[in-house]
Design a protein around this ligand. Structure first.
Ligand code: NAD
Length: 505
């Protein structure tokens, strides 16, 4: 165990120097110990900003998953975590959160190295996001009361929540720590044994977080990390007959696979947070176009556009479009990609070469289908060896074009022009997805009508991506099922137990 790094800001050279000396974890965390996969197989993890291999990591397979699930099950049956008084579980989770907090710089650096996100964002958003989730669910867990169902004087009908048992959290690479926190917080808080599988592109920061769990009092059986490839380790968790619930975040394609895994195994409960193509509506009744332009820019380009609820479809009234687009283009100019370890960088690298190619293919497809590329959309900083794409704006987009219907998961904004709010709402809902949606309007009736009409898990009015851990997050339609965040997240990881006591004989 290394000591926490002293807090404090670093310049670009300081972060690079720290990156040189930072130990990189490479083993899975099973039963409180660090292990290679039983097969000895590994996979390479790369730095997206340089293309260099960072390290080789244990590629766990079905036999490793079997071992972790057996440990989790035994621990659950023993009650060593779930039967602790809630205040004690709370104390352990708070201690873990504080240890993570104390190691923010180191953990953030690992996440930046493996994902290509700017270091200013991993230090200020990603690590604090995980810490605050753990703290919020730790504080919530001893405030969850049961119910009694009113059935008259002759019975006592108690409705309680129990942990489901063994929970596997399978998470993506775009916000590895934040999303892990949305699963671990409620699942662990409710008393389950949790097995976390990070995406193969982003295991390092997660493993460092795991290394702080045992000392905080989280039993070895209650939290484990299985590293590995999705179609091996992820599939084995999905099909395992002794996993009771899966908390999945990732693509809609793989989310559907988890539904199949469940059907083909033990009907385990599946919570899904999947893809999106979120509409961002700007009506003609708005005044502050500078502010809106800033929100549109951050709504689509933050995190290189690799955000599930990115506001990728700008649906704008023709009456104001020509005033708004140049302002958004100014932001595109400003948010140019750069070295993720430079504190001045606001946009980093795409996660991996194949993903960058996919994004560039979509850009070509947009042009071929008749949309007009107004700005960006090019591979830049080629000398770095990394995969950087400049923010792109497509105008003259029809909602039926591929770039308006499919999730690109890159820095590409498509602009669809409309006449009036009714047309905007109809186009916004014409999508397989329903994760986020937003409307800017100064008319209160339009705001309420949009909030009711838009088929999305979150509707923002006169803002975008405002968020808090106490507000549920998730999708309608093929964006998922169930909700992360807030007290509602406990629904995914608990069973309701009805106990009916007859008092009337
Ligand atoms: P992905 O679906 O490829 O992978 C997600 C996880 O599933 C990873 O851990 C991966 O290893 C695993 N996996 C991959 N193939 C598997 C298989 N055959 N069987 C079992 N597990 C498998 O997604 P990604 O590329 O890591 O992330 C990007 C996607 O995640 C985007 O579609 C994005 O919209 C979505 N996402 C959704 C939310 C949300 O809250 N709705 C948040 C973030 C990301």
């Amino acid at each position: 165990m290394t000591l926490p790094l002293p807090p404090g800001s670093r310049d670009r050279d300081g972060w690079h120097a720290l990156a040189q000396s930072l130990p990189l974890p490479r083993q899975a965390y099973i039963g409180g110990t660090w292990c290679n996969s039983q097969s000895g197989q590994t996979f390479a993890t790369q730095n997206p900003a340089t293309g260099n291999v960072l390290t080789e990591i244990a590629a766990c397979q079905a036999s490793d998953v079997d071992r972790a699930v057996a440990i989790a099950r035994e621990g659950f049956a023993s009650g060593e975590w779930r039967d602790l008084p809630p205040t004690e579980r709370k104390t352990c989770m708070l201690a873990w959160a504080s240890a993570i907090d104390a190691h923010t710089d180191e953990i953030a650096l690992l996440e930046t190295l493996e994902t290509g996100k700017p270091i200013t964002q991993t230090t200020s958003v990603d690590v604090p996001g995980l810490v605050s989730s753990l703290r919020w669910y730790a504080e919530a867990l001893d405030k969850l009361y049961g119910e009694t169902a009113p059935n008259g004087a002759t019975s006592l009908c108690i409705v309680d929540r129990e942990p489901v048992g063994v929970v596997a959290a399978v998470v993506p690479w775009n916000y590895p720590l934040i999303i892990a926190g949305w699963k671990i917080g409620p699942a662990l808080g409710a008393g389950n044994s949790v097995i976390l599988k990070p995406a193969e592109q982003s295991s390092l920061a997660t493993l460092r977080v795991a290394s702080l769990a045992l000392d905080a009092g989280i039993p070895a059986s209650a939290f484990q990390v299985i590293t590995g490839l999705g179609h091996e380790a992820g599939r084995a968790l999905g099909l395992h007959p002794d996993v009771d619930a899966i908390g999945f975040t990732g693509s809609t394609e793989i989310g559907k696979k988890f539904l199949e895994y469940s059907a083909h195994s033990n009907m385990k409960r599946i919570g899904l947070e999947c893809g999106g193509k979120s509409p961002h509506i700007v009506t003609r009744d708005v005044t502050d176009l500078d502010l809106i332009a800033q929100y549109v820019a951050y709504g689509v380009w933050y995190n290189q556009g690799e955000t599930c609820h990115a506001g990728t479809r700008l649906i704008v009234d023709r009456a104001i479009k020509d005033d708004l687009l140049p302002r958004i283009a100014e932001w595109a100019q400003r948010l140019q990609p750069g070295d993720p370890l430079d504190p001045d960088t606001t946009m980093g690298a795409m996660i991996e070469p194949s993903h960058a190619d996919k994004v560039l293919d979509y850009i070509e497809r947009g042009k071929a289908e008749g949309a007009r590329l107004l700005f960006g959309g090019e591979r830049v900083l080629k000398d770095s060896g990394g995969d950087f794409i400049s923010p792109a704006i497509f105008d003259d987009v029809d909602n039926h074009m591929t770039i308006a219907q499919e999730e690109i998961f890159g820095p590409v904004l498509v602009v669809i022009s409309v006449d009036g709010v009714d047309e905007a709402l109809a186009i916004a809902n014409d999508s397989d997805y329903g994760l986020g949606a937003a409307i800017w309007t100064d008319r209160i009736n339009d705001a309420h009508r949009a909030a009711r009409t838009l088929r999305a898990g979150t509707v923002w009015v006169n803002c975008y991506d405002h968020t808090s851990i106490n507000a549920p997050f998730g999708g309608f339609k093929q964006s998922g099922q169930g909700r992360d965040k807030s007290l509602h997240a406990f629904d995914k990881y608990t069973e309701l137990k009805t106990t009916w006591i007859n008092l009337g004989n």
